[in-house]
Write a protein that binds this ligand. Sequence first.
Ligand code: BDP
Length: 604
Amino acid sequence: MTNSFLYPIESKTRQVKDLCGLWKFKLDKHNEGRAAGWKDGLAGTIPMAVPSSYNDIFTQKELREHVGDVWYQTETYIPKEWKDREVVLRFGSATHSAVVWVNGVQVAQHQGGYMPFSARLNEVVTFGERCRIVVVVNNELSYTTIPTGVQKTLPNGRKVQSPFFDFFNYAGLHRPVKLLALPKEHIHDITVSTDFADGEGKIRYDITAAGEHSVNVEVFDEAGNQVASAHGKTGEVAIKDVRLWEPGNAYLYDFKVTLAEGEELLDEYVLPVGIRSVEVKGNRFFINKKPFYFKGFGKHEDCAMHGRGYDPVVMLRDFELLRWIHANSVRTAHYPYSEEFMRLCDREGLVVIDETPAVGLFDQLMNFLGAGTGKQSRFFEREIVHTETIENHKDAIRELVLRDKNHPSVVMWCLANEPDSSLAQAEDYFEKIFSYARTLDVQKRPMTFTNIMVAPYGSCKVSHLSDVICLNRYYGWYVNGGPDIDIARENFEKELEQWSSTGKPIILTEYGADTMPGLHKLPSVMWSEEYQEEYLKMQHEVFDSCDSVVGEQMWNFADFQTSEGIMRVDGNKKGAFTRDRQPKAAAYLLRERWKKIDSRNYKA
Ligand code: BDP
């Protein structure tokens, strides 16, 4: 029962020891470590920050862009007071796959770079003594990994990798690593779903816990008053005069679960719960039974030097900027974000479209380049995609729902970004993906995927499976850019009108123009700050003319790092903010617009 997706918290019965800091690190240049027994201890190491991406710390290109294994090691004491406890080692993530040994014994293995995983250590440690933790992390991509990519070996023997996606393939231990002491018989999982009617809130719950002990539930409001209680592993509690979790106005109840044997408290876990409802009806998206309008961004976990490593300073700055600009929502493009980020979204009332790492299901090197040229690829014609990739994709969805199911901020699951959905075989693949995903979430949240521009209305074989039409569109940038911007407008309007005929709500999950901060041009040219503003104004006019549009999430919140190439100048420059989180002119334009859009009760 150790691989629990419950976020590690302290309580009367649980302790947490943070293992973040400088670990020993060794790059496995010749891919020899697994055979040479590096699991028993690393020699010739350098220090490495955990959490972080290791890439941008290096000055040498072959280290920054290393393809293959890297090794981490740390030592820690297992307190002797923990001997009657279950000791669990927990990684927030390891990108993209990892094997963990403690004192030379393999305790965990995990595939998928953005999900937590853990291992029980009781059998491999001596209480009161030091133990050695060794982890190998691998960053290799293939047709069957999620996300996807290919690699080749240069004549000089060096491996290089081409991801099928437009962000740098940062790797390493990106999120906190923790040691937990849990009661031997503990609460393993909690699942809640919520609703309300006539001022009364409801929380339905289901608790998994070891043994046949008595399970109690108490609900406290933000002032600490107990507002409901219940007994048993499954049930429902009602809350009178409920305060709803509203976008931009979050309210969280403490849902306290205790496990007891007579008078003895065995375990206690407190889950923050927001009471809200989500529903798609006709061409509207309802939160708390009111039509909701999404305004915000597709984001990335990305910043200078840390790469994709969790950094609370950057996270808080991002929330400040999101508030400042009057955003109410984000999409976690193109992978699940840290658990710390998700918990803050709950607290801050930021609405989340939660995305899996299924990006690059489009068979072309740098598929974003091919997308602009309209070149077609054959990803879903490969047999292996339907046997192996699909299984990894399902695992990624299952783990995402397990981890994030209780977050009130999550209002929709995005199962993939820009797959090659114009291929006939994509329909079969996604029928399986959607029907599998729909069995997982007890809250029955809407499910979607983002549609790429080269699979427009009429040619996309997948959109009928989706509850909301999410479009990534670059009229005025990749097509009809610069002097052709008026044609862009016409083509865009036409396409939106066609999608409206589906009767489903439409969200523009990407629209944007690369912009060099500080480049000013009168009259405007592409890449100047003036052009980004003109482009955005045009886009917004088009959205406003289409009744079915229920949201706009500009691409991207901030500039971010990508693989190098002729399309990118030190990364993707479509940010409203620079990579160091300062506003471009476009940020002021968005702020003015979003200030005026009342996102609750919009287009009622
Ligand atoms: C879309 C992708 C996104 C890219 C963006 C772009 O979803 O990852 O960064 O285009 O080209 O195709 O800027």
